[in-house]
Write a protein that binds this ligand. Structure first.
Ligand SMILES: [Zn+2]
Length: 149
């Protein structure tokens, strides 16, 4: 963990409990913090502090594909979106966090690179996505990804 990394800090903070849908020893799936750009906009974080896939350990690299596939399926099944965009820049935080953004074909404002413009516009509108709806979706994704106990 890096003491100055917001993602490392977020993994330990109380906010993680409300937004976290799933985690294992390598990765965590969490909903975007508020203001969220869309209901169902998740982030797949590497648990360990490292910038990107080029820095993955062999175990992290082996786990990543199957984990990404499961997370994408869970987001798509719960949001009923048409597809899920995957974006990872590693710029705002030097800690791997892949944005999993639901994309509905009916929404022309979010096609391809328009998603980036839409992101900037929506995260400036606090309250655009309801906290209770996020909590319900996080729980639904968690039920798909976590084995029944
Ligand atoms: Zn970090």
């Amino acid at each position: 963990m890096s003491g100055e990394c917001a993602i490392c800090a977020g993994h330990a903070a109380p906010v993680a409990a409300r937004l976290e849908a799933w985690r294992d020893e390598h990765f965590m799936l969490r909903h975007h913090t508020q203001p969220a750009p869309a209901l169902g906009w998740f982030l797949l974080d590497l648990m360990r502090h490292a910038q990107g896939p080029g820095d993955f350990t062999a175990a992290e690299a082996s786990a990543f594909g199957p984990v990404l596939k499961r997370c994408l399926a869970a987001v798509k099944a719960t949001t009923l979106c048409d597809r899920v965009y995957c974006m990872a820049f590693g710029e705002s935080a030097l800690h791997f966090h892949m944005h999993l953004a639901p994309r509905w074909a009916r929404d022309g404002h979010t096609a391809a690179w328009n998603m980036a413009d839409n992101y900037r516009a929506t995260i400036l509108q606090p309250g655009a996505v309801d906290d209770a709806e996020i909590a319900q979706l996080v729980a639904a994704v968690g039920r798909l990804l976590n084995p029944a106990s």
